[in-house]
Design a protein around this ligand. Structure first.
Ligand code: URA
Length: 204
C-alpha cells in the first residue's frame, strides 16, 4: 500500500507540486489567466475527478468546479451519494483559456499542445495521490489521462484501465449537461450522469 495518510511526506510533496504549478509557464495560458487552479481534496481520496480546465469563476476563485458547472456537479454527486469532500477534484489543464468579448471572457477549448504541456502536473498529482478510481469528465480529461482521443459514447459506463493499471471511468462533462437546450433530453442526460456516478461510487 503506497498511499500515505495526509500529514506525512505526501502532503509536503503535494505542497511542493502546488507551489511549482503556481509558477507554471509550460504553455502560454498563464499569460492571461488570473492564477493556476490546482486540484483540491484529501490526498488519500479514493476517487479523483478530472475536468477540462477552470472556467471564468474558477479562474477568479482559484478553485476547481465552483462555477455553474460546479453547481451541477455538486448536485449530481449528492444524488449519487458521493461526498465531494472525500474526493480529489482537478483539471486536465490548470489555467483558464478564453477569448475576451466585451467585458466577458468566453471559454475556449484547450488544444492538444496545452493538454500535453499540462499532463506533467496531472501525472504528478496522480503519482502522489494514486487514486484507485479516476473519473474523466469529458473528452479533454479522457485525452489527457489516456494520452489519446477517447470516444465518450463508446467508453462511458464501464471500467477502463489506465497505463498504471488503475481503474478509470469516462463520463460526460457537467458543462455539456448545462448546454442541452431541450428539457426532456437534459433531464435524461443528467440522469445518465448520476447513473455513471453511482456505478463509480460502488467501485471506489
Ligand atoms: N469546468 C471544468 O472542466 N473544470 C472546472 O474546474 C470548471 C469548469
Amino acid at each position: 500500500e503506497s498511499r500515505i495518510e495526509p500529514g506525512g511526506n505526501l502532503r509536503a510533496s503535494w505542497e511542493a507540486l502546488l507551489k511549482g504549478a503556481r509558477k507554471c509557464t509550460r504553455c502560454d495560458l498563464y499569460k492571461h489567466a488570473t492564477q493556476t487552479v490546482f486540484g483540491e481534496g484529501p490526498l488519500n481520496a479514493s476517487i479523483m475527478f478530472v475536468g477540462e480546465q477552470p472556467g471564468d469563476q474558477e479562474d477568479l476563485a482559484g478553485r476547481p468546479f465552483v462555477g455553474p458547472a460546479g453547481l451541477l456537479f455538486d448536485a449530481a454527486l449528492e444524488k449519487a451519494g458521493i461526498d465531494r469532500s472525500t474526493t480529489y477534484v482537478t483539471n486536465a489543464v490548470k489555467h483558464f483559456k478564453f477569448v475576451p468579448r466585451g467585458k466577458k471572457r468566453i471559454h475556449s477549448k484547450p488544444g492538444a499542445g496545452e493538454i500535453e504541456a499540462c499532463r506533467w502536473w496531472i501525472e504528478h498529482e496522480r503519482e502522489l495521490i494514486r487514486p484507485p478510481v479516476t473519473v474523466a469528465l469529458g473528452a479533454t480529461a479522457a485525452h489527457s489521462l489516456f494520452g489519446k482521443t477517447m470516444a465518450i459514447g463508446k467508453n462511458r459506463g464501464v471500467p477502463l484501465q489506465l497505463a498504471d493499471g488503475s481503474e478509470c471511468w469516462i463520463t460526460v462533462h457537467p458543462s455539456f449537461l448545462l448546454r442541452i437546450p431541450e428539457e426532456d433530453r437534459r433531464r435524461e442526460e443528467r440522469a445518465l450522469f448520476v447513473r455513471d456516478l453511482k456505478r463509480i461510487k460502488d467501485r471506489a
